[in-house]
Design a protein around this ligand. Structure first.
Ligand SMILES: Nc1ncnc2c1ncn2[C@@H]1O[C@H](COP(=O)(O)OP(=O)(O)OP(=O)(O)O)[C@@H](O)[C@H]1O
Ligand SMILES: [Mg+2]
Length: 225
């Protein structure tokens, strides 16, 4: 039984992709799995099918319909901006205490595996006072850190590790999801990060053609959870 917070060094890195792959693998193994993506920005209900909650709901085998989207993603905003900015545009600021309570209640109630996907990177502002780091600190569940393999990712990743360590957050594993741009060979990136990861497992996930597929890397990640 584990609850895991899926975070990243930035946006568009692979949090949802990795989470959906893990959900499919665990469901195939017969394990109970649930997932939340409490905050979504850039959410357009007219193209909900491509949204993060839709990707997660499909992996969970649930219908992509308004009530299901609302259940796993209560804070949805139209503007593709950081949550503080997207929420300000709609004059609907995110109440940090309500966000923490929603997450904590799900953690307390879950059976099997629960994935909570963050939003953007580790220190994206949620409102004028709190960032994703504060959210993770309030929950105190292990973190799955998803990073890219683009040139520059090593510094971003090691910076993220320091910040997570500053709050004593446990990192279950680091997943390097191969980037589609400026990519340095995946294995080289994994090896460089490993030199500094102090024993935390670093798992490379190749760029998988045609969207979601199974790959042995997902099983390797699941073993660390
Ligand atoms: N290893 C991979 N193989 C193939 N496609 C991938 C891989 N990793 C990520 N992608 C694709 O890259 C895009 C961005 O990934 P994803 O949506 O998972 O990022 P994210 O970190 O969840 O972003 P956000 O901050 O918006 O939630 C998606 O189209 C996803 O399918
Ligand atoms: Mg996502």
């Amino acid at each position: 039984m584990s609850a895991l917070f899926v975070t990243s060094t930035g946006t568009d890195i692979g949090k949802t992709f990795v989470t959906a792959g893990l959900i499919r693998l665990l469901r195939d193994q017969g394990a109970p799995v649930d997932a939340l993506k409490p905050i979504v920005s850039g959410y357009d209900p007219s193209v909900a099918e491509t949204s993060d909650p839709a990707v997660l709901l499909r992996a969970l085998g649930r219908a992509v319909e308004a009530s299901e989207v609302a259940a796993i993603s209560p804070w949805r905003y139209r503007a593709p901006l950081s949550p503080d900015q997207a929420a300000a545009q709609e004059n609907r600021p995110i109440d940090f205490a309500a966000l923490a309570k929603f997450s904590q209640e799900a953690i307390a109630a879950h059976k099997g595996h629960l994935f909570i996907e963050g939003v953007g990177g580790i220190m994206v502002p949620i409102n004028e006072r709190y960032t994703v780091l504060d959210w993770m600190t309030a929950l105190r569940i292990p973190v799955l850190l998803v990073v890219g393999s683009y040139l520059g990712t090593i510094s971003h990743t090691l910076t993220a590790l320091q910040v997570l360590a500053s709050r004593n957050l446990r990192i279950a594993a680091i997943v390097v999801s191969e980037s589609d741009r400026n990519a340095v060979p995946l294995e080289q990136t994994v090896a460089s990060i490993e030199h500094f990861s102090a024993g935390i497992a670093v798992i490379g996930l190749p760029r998988l053609p045609g969207g979601l597929n199974s790959h042995p890397a997902f099983a390797e990640i699941a073993r660390q959870l």
